[in-house]
Design a protein around this ligand. Structure first.
Ligand code: 5GP
Length: 210
């Protein structure tokens, strides 16, 4: 943990399916200490290679709706026919430790967070594929979904990209190394914003007194 008393920020990353978000957010967390992934809760099935409690908390629809009733979620949404949600706990714990929390959530969740949290505590990033052709190629190559699902995701991507304007930053994932570095640069610059460093200024000023 960094030596600081500052409260962490919420970093939202959204992208259409297949835009490379997982690779890019991993790059960010490997290169910038103090960025903690918020593990969402979902009703979708666990995919091969995914780990329960690390990638997602996998729950039944009943259990999810029960948690909604209990007010456990900071935000939740239905995406591709399944429920996904960010628990208040996952976010609060990290922020109080003074670390930054990374939310990999869709545009609905992003909208909700922006509406309910202090603007100064949130930085939102939208990742775009360079073109429809490239996105199609990536979805086909990863061979995870069938053709019908790929077509559905391409339709969704078109709508998602229209919402890019609601975000603070846009990163076009043309070359993955550059896009990864762009994410790193955004988080580093956000941390340097004046309002995130005022406590340090106060500390420095105190050394000038007397
Ligand atoms: P996937 O099933 O491919 O992991 O994720 C599908 C979509 O759900 C992605 O766009 C992802 O960002 C979004 N998602 C994952 N977790 C959450 C969450 O907690 N809240 C919201 N609103 N969206 C989420």
């Amino acid at each position: 943990m960094r030596q600081t008393t500052r409260r962490g920020m919420v970093i939202i990353v959204s992208a259409p399916s297949g835009a490379g978000k997982t690779t890019l957010t991993r790059h960010l967390m490997q290169h910038v200490p103090g960025v903690v992934f918020s593990v969402s809760t979902t009703t979708r099935d666990q995919r091969p290679g995914e780990r329960a409690g690390v990638d997602y908390h996998y729950v039944t629809r009943e259990s999810f709706l029960e948690q909604v009733e209990q007010g456990a979620f900071l935000e939740w949404a239905e995406v591709f026919g399944n429920y996904y949600g960010t628990t208040r706990r996952a976010v609060e714990e990290v922020l109080l430790r003074g670390e930054d929390v990374l939310l990999d959530i869709d545009w609905q969740g992003a909208r909700h967070i922006r509406a309910h949290l202090d603007e100064a505590d949130v930085a939102s990033i939208f990742i775009l594929p360079p073109s429809r052709e490239v996105l199609t190629e990536r979805l086909v190559n990863r061979a995870r979904e069938g053709q019908a699902e790929i077509d559905r995701r391409l339709g969704e991507a078109r709508r998602d990209i229209g919402r890019a304007e609601e975000y603070d930053y846009l990163v076009i994932n043309d070359r993955v190394e550059e896009a990864g570095e762009a994410l790193v640069a955004i988080v580093r610059a956000e941390r340097l914003k004046r309002h995130r460093q005022m406590d340090r200024v106060a500390g420095i000023l105190s050394t000038f007194q007397g």
